[in-house]
Structure formats: C-alpha cells, structure tokens
Unconditional design. Structure first.
Length: 354
C-alpha cells in the first residue's frame, strides 16, 4: 500500500499488516480451536499534525486496533512504527521509555480514573513514573495542565466522583498531555458524554492539537463528529479497512459499498436534502470475526457482490490520488475495462467505476 501525501508531511505513525487475533479455547485442556480475528491485516499511516478518523459499526475492531497500535496488547503480527521506532519489537524497558511519546484518551472517563485519587494525583501520576520533578514542580505542571483543558485549579484536590462526565474527560485529557506526547489515540472520547458536552470536548481536542502540534487517531461511531474533526477517514468492517480517503472526498462520494451504506445513515439536518437521499438498508447480520467469509468480509451483505467477491479477499489499493479502497469493483483489471469480470463491468456501466 502506498500513501499519497505532500512531501512536507512526515508519517509519524506507520501501521503495516497489523493483526490482532485472540485465541478460542475449548475442552478440559483448554486447547486452541480457532481465533477471533479482531484486526486482520490493517495498514495505514498517520501524518504529523493530522487527525485520522477510524469509523465503523460496533464490534468491527476499532478500539482493538487503537489499543494494539499503542501496544496495550502484544501484536499477533505486523509492525507499528511510531516516531521512527517499531514498537512491536521493543522490549518492556524500551517500550516504557516510548510511553511519553504516545498516550490514550479512554472511552469511559469514569472507569478510566482511579476513584481513590484526587485530580492532582491522577494528572501527576505520569510525572511520578517518568520524570524526576520536585513536588512543587509537579504541582505547577498539574495546574498548567488543568488550565490547558479548562478546569479550575481550585478543583485539584477533589475526587473524580465530584465531577460531571465532561469534566472527568477533561481530567483524562490532562493526564494524557502530562508528558508532552506527539501521538494520542482518542478511543471514542465523546461516546459516554451528553450531546451538549460532546462539542465542547471535541473543540478542546482541536484547540490542544493546534497549540501543541498533536497527532490524533480519533476512533468513533459518530460519523457527524468525525466529519468535523478528522482530516482523513478510515472505514473499518469486520477487522479490515474497507476505505481510506480524505474526509471531504469520502463524505461527498464514498467508493466502497459499505462506506456508502454507512454514510447513508448519517442524519441530514436539511429537510429538503433528507427527502432526496436514498437510505441504504443492509440485509443480514455481521459475520463472526471468528469465522469471516472466505472472500471479501462484506460479500455476505453487499448489494453489489459478484462471484469474485466470494472467492478472493480484495487488497487495499489506491484508486484515486489519496483514496484507497479494498473492493473488486475498483481493481486494476476492472477499471481498465477489457479484462474485468462481466459482473464488474456491469457495475461499472452503472456508475460504480472511476
């Protein structure tokens, strides 16, 4: 896979052929009988200062992918290069030294904060582990971080249960910023918040990105919010990337049939446009990641599937500058026309091809 980007941008994060399988065991001896393929051969890059949105329905492997990239899990296969170092091969001691570079904002701010610690203790914990600052310097840094995320310094010695959901998420963001990271994985950071608070948190993330030059992987199932914050968007289905495109191009004209169906579900506030839109209702259920289809993972539900889709897994390939799609409708032979399958040609004639 080749990423197209202006030469001024440097890839801070490069994910190549990432696999994250969880073993299935059975019987008295708990022998391995299979794997849950939560993330199956995923590749992409994230450039310095950009936000890559990772979207898909629940259970598609988004959060597992984010955690694997930070090596909160030991990878089954593949490489994750962050700031020039492949973290998949680092020892525990070397990985610990890399932690300040990469941090995470978790989905549930209540579950991710220690209820026995004050805000000052929570935000200062990374400083305790990775720096030798004096107690006064650590408290000064805590106050500085609280100012950055919009929390009153007077709240430094309160406990998490005394805050609202939005305030707790700000505490989590302050903790993630404590060591001046370059890369932050935001794992559905607004999913557990009220709608009225979601915009505040997203605006805060954007302001912090501009101020500190941060790079985000923003995982979410809220397609409207991803449209607001992301520069590029990766659409994930059953552990694989279906489409990776610049944000505006994806929302204006999705290429993959799954991306097309997913974006058709986004509410349209304009009543006139809403009446003219065609909602794509997918048939059937998502297959089990323990037993994915032989060919394309989406072939069992795709309204445009043909025989090749059920036999061969499509590779993620560039079909337009900066746009990558894993779909046989956009294979090189199909686009060329003469050697494509009859089914693909028929779809091309209906406006599916490039």
């Amino acid at each position: 896979m080749r990423d197209v980007t202006p030469p001024a941008l440097r890839a801070l994060v490069e994910v190549r052929n990432l696999k994250m399988y969880f073993p299935i065991t059975a019987g008295l001896l708990r022998r391995k009988v299979g794997d849950v393929k939560a993330v199956d051969d995923v590749s992409f890059a994230i450039y310095e200062g950009e936000t890559l949105g990772l979207v898909g329905e629940s259970g598609c492997g988004k959060s597992t992918c984010g955690r694997a990239i930070l090596r909160l899990y030991d990878l089954t296969a593949g490489s994750v290069v962050i700031d020039g170092k492949d973290i998949a091969t680092l020892s525990a001691n070397e990985l610990r030294k890399m932690r300040p570079t990469m941090q995470m904002v978790f989905q549930d701010p209540q579950a991710s904060l220690n209820p026995r610690m004050t805000v000052a203790g929570i935000v200062a914990e990374p400083l305790e582990e990775h720096t030798k600052l004096s107690r006064a310097d650590k408290l000064a840094r805590v106050y500085e971080l609280m100012d950055a995320v919009g929390l009153n310094r007077a709240f430094a010695h309160r406990y998490p249960h005394e805050f609202s959901g939005g305030q707790r998420q700000r505490i989590g963001i302050a903790r993630a910023l404590a060591l001046n990271p370059k890369f932050i994985v935001c794992d559905e950071p607004i999913a557990a918040l009220d709608v009225s608070i979601q915009a505040q948190v997203v605006n805060l993330l954007e302001d912090l990105q501009a101020k500190f030059g941060l790079t985000y992987l923003f995982i979410s199932h809220d397609l409207s919010m991803v449209r607001h914050i992301a520069d590029r968007v990766a659409v994930m289905y059953l552990g694989r990337i279906a489409e990776l495109s610049p944000r505006d191009a994806l929302y204006a004209r999705p290429l993959h049939p799954y991306a097309e169906a997913l974006l058709s579900a986004v509410p349209e506030p304009d009543p006139t446009l809403a009446r003219s839109r065609q909602r794509i209702i997918l048939q059937g259920d998502v297959p089990s990641p323990a037993n994915p289809p032989k060919g394309c993972n989406f072939c069992t539900r795709c309204p445009k599937a043909f025989d090749l889709c059920r036999q061969v897994k499509p590779e993620l390939a560039e079909v337009e500058p900066g746009r990558f799609v894993a779909c046989h409708l956009y294979s090189a032979t199909t686009v060329a026309g003469s050697t494509g399958t009859p089914e693909a040609k028929e779809h091309n004639q209906q406006g599916v091809s490039l």
